[in-house]
Design a binder for this molecule. Structure first.
Ligand SMILES: CC(C)(COP(=O)(O)OP(=O)(O)OC[C@H]1O[C@@H](n2cnc3c(N)ncnc32)[C@H](O)[C@@H]1OP(=O)(O)O)[C@@H](O)C(=O)NCCC(=O)NCCS
Length: 182
């Protein structure tokens, strides 16, 4: 076969979505939250951290580097148990350059709910910014109520746990694939 016919296909980027463990993951996740919720959306001034962070589990989406370098956090969410069996997800954010890119947000939601399910969650809720309701509906969430939080329209939504089998290995987590060549 002629070399002229060989076309190099760029490898797709992979993203690992997992419970955060390392300090650098938490630091990059907090920086991403500030970029999204303070600077981009202007919901908080300076810092979005609150008392929930002390009892929440942080999740991260890490862009995997080919040379096994530490990687870069491009997405995050947190989950916490509010009362026995009832869990909430919050502070879902994906870096602006990686949105609609490889189902990073959807995979963060999947691991958030599935890992809580693995810890005995019977009800998983989130106060969803209203512009994101279509995304959550596609992922089998139902609207419970409309509400105004932080001066913005939100929907209280509940995940259908039938679509979120328990994940017992959240430290390994799940993989998402980026578009080819990105
Ligand atoms: C909302 C957010 C986390 C989504 O992350 P994302 O990585 O872009 O989402 P995904 O790529 O996994 O989305 C999966 C699919 O839903 C679509 N989608 C994403 N956000 C959507 C929205 N708000 N409405 C409708 N569809 C949406 C994507 O285009 C994609 O479609 P495809 O399957 O046809 O490719 C991201 O846009 C973000 O960080 N926004 C700013 C912060 C924010 O709003 N946080 C959420 C607070 S509730």
């Amino acid at each position: 076969m002629s070399d002229d016919l060989c076309v190099e296909v760029p490898a797709a980027t992979t993203f690992r979505i997992r419970w955060a463990a390392a300090q650098w993951e938490a630091e990059q996740a907090m920086a991403l939250r500030r970029a999204v919720f303070c600077h981009e959306q202007g919901i908080f001034a300076g810092d979005d951290r609150d008392e929930t962070d002390a009892r929440a589990q942080l999740l991260v989406a890490v862009k995997c580097e080919a040379d096994d370098a530490p990687g870069m956090v491009v997405g995050t969410v947190r989950i916490h148990e509010d009362e026995p069996g009832v869990w909430f997800g919050s502070r879902l954010a994906v870096h602006a350059a990686y949105r609609s890119h490889g189902k990073i947000g959807a995979t963060l939601i999947r691991l958030a709910v599935s890992s809580a399910h693995g810890l005995g969650c019977t009800k998983f809720l989130a106060h969803v910014q209203s512009q994101n309701v279509p995304l959550f509906r596609r992922l089998h969430w139902n609207v419970l109520a409309e509400e105004t939080l932080l001066g913005r329209p939100h929907h209280l939504m509940q995940a259908d746990l039938d679509y979120y089998p328990a994940c017992l290995t959240p430290g390994i987590g799940m993989q998402a694939m980026g578009r080819s060549g990105t």
